[in-house]
Design a binder for this molecule. Structure first.
Ligand code: NAD
Ligand code: DAU
Length: 358
């Protein structure tokens, strides 16, 4: 049987944004699941990047951390020269919608320009005839995977699901920057033949999520008897997926995904925000009086919901966590890791890099 693109015996993965929530879960997941893999984690350590998330893999000889910016072309080129990188998995991004409303600029440079730099340097390193602009021949087994989001499709009404063929109609500067990156990725496949895949995932939850996002923010506030700020009427719907299920989906795409294809990833798990807030309150034994309805997010998307037929039927992936189990474990994780959350909220974790690496 011939080897499919993306399937190599020994992979060297350049994981960008690996100190963030999903990236750090992904690195741990891959090193456990694929003993033969090597991972280079490239992360600039913004406020959202936390090396404490990766303590479990720190001494692993298959793991290397590089502090650097995906927008730094010379540095990225150097990485491709130094390491025999076979795969790029691009998680690095500014990821919080609320921040993009206050300060959009960095979303455009990181999420769009950063992605273009990675694509271009991967193309340069992987092309067999780099000087020939017409050549579409690449080293065997290489793959660029772009981690995108369901927000690129815009918002749904009461009915319907996002499918991969839908037009992109992003509504926030964050989602517009992610949609732009998706289009740049597409262009590198169409024009240069670069072996790429894209995944568009719904809202993740789980361990190590920065407490600016709905679930960890509400858990942390609730534990500390602080008010729970619900935007608007709290009836906006998201399709929640456990972060480990997101990791296994990307793993499946890297192994079995078709070059040039886009895969939606979702958990068939639509919940209104207020339902989630009430579940957290109930699990922690607190009072619903903590709920405070606040002014709505500008341009707030009403509903996201994923049709994941393609990835389940073509790649055989399916989510393993029920929401009930996933939330129970997640709430327990935050209860057990109060020190982690204290350091994240105070910004103390940012000294970790200096303590560990300088
Ligand atoms: P996160 O904010 O927790 O982590 C982002 C990481 O990227 C951080 O470690 C940060 O330091 C790093 N980073 C930022 N700018 C960088 C730069 N210029 N160079 C190098 N590193 C940089 O984000 P997350 O929630 O883990 O999301 C990861 C990816 O998944 C993002 O691309 C996001 O758009 C996508 N996504 C997230 C979700 C979700 O629910 N969180 C859902 C679907 C898709
Ligand atoms: O759908 C995937 C996206 O999910 C990812 O691409 C983004 O990176 C990720 O941040 C997430 O975006 P959301 O905007 O959906 O997530 P957030 O946790 O910020 O908000 C979830 C919902 O909860 C949303 O309807 C806004 C609401 N909310 C959020 C916060 C932080 C509140 O009501 N109160 C809050 O304090």
């Amino acid at each position: 049987m011939s080897k499919k693109l993306g399937q190599t015996d020994s992979r060297v993965l350049l994981v960008t944004g690996g100190a963030g929530f999903i990236g750090s879960n992904f690195i741990t997941y891959i090193l456990q699941k694929h003993p033969e893999d090597t991972i280079i984690n490239l992360d600039v350590l913004t406020y959202a990047g936390n090396l404490e998330n990766l303590k479990g893999v720190e001494g692993d000889p298959r793991y290397t951390f590089i502090k650097g910016d995906i927008r730094d072309r010379d540095m990225v080129r150097g990485l491709f020269k130094t390491y025999p990188i076979t795969h790029v998995v691009n998680f690095a991004a500014e990821s919080h919608v609320d921040r993009s409303i206050v300060d959009p600029d960095i979303f455009l440079t990181t999420n769009i320009i950063g992605t273009e730099v990675l694509l271009d340097e991967a193309k340069r390193a992987w092309k067999i005839y780099p000087e020939d602009k017409y050549s579409k021949e690449y080293k065997e087994g290489v793959r660029f995977h772009q981690v995108s989001t369901d927000e690129v499709y815009g918002a749904l009404g009461k009915e319907g699901l996002f499918v991969e063929s839908m037009p992109l109609l992003p509504n926030s500067p964050y989602s517009a920057s992610k949609a732009s990156a998706d289009l740049i990725v597409r262009s590198y496949q169409k024009t240069f033949g670069l072996p790429v895949t894209v995944s568009r995932c719904s809202n993740n939850y789980g361990a190590y999520q920065f407490p600016e996002k709905l679930i960890p923010l509400m858990i942390n506030n609730c534990i500390n008897d602080r008010s729970l700020p619900v935007y608007g009427d709290g009836m906006q719907i998201r399709d929640w997926l456990h972060v480990i299920d997101h990791c296994s989906a990307i793993d499946a795409i890297l192994e079995k995904g078709e070059t040039g294809d886009i895969y939606n990833i979702g958990g068939n798990n639509e919940k209104a925000n207020i339902e989630i807030v009430k579940l957290i309150i109930k699990t922690l034994g607190k009072s619903e009086e903590l709920i405070t309805y606040v002014k709505d997010r500008p341009g707030h998307d009403r509903r996201y919901a994923i049709d994941n037929t393609k990835i389940t039927s073509q790649l055989g992936w399916k989510p393993t966590y029920t929401f009930e189990q996933g939330m129970k474990e997640t709430i327990q994780w935050y209860l057990d890791n109060q020190k982690w959350i204290e350091r994240v909220v105070s910004g103390d974790y940012q000294g970790y890099y200096e303590r560990m690496y300088c």
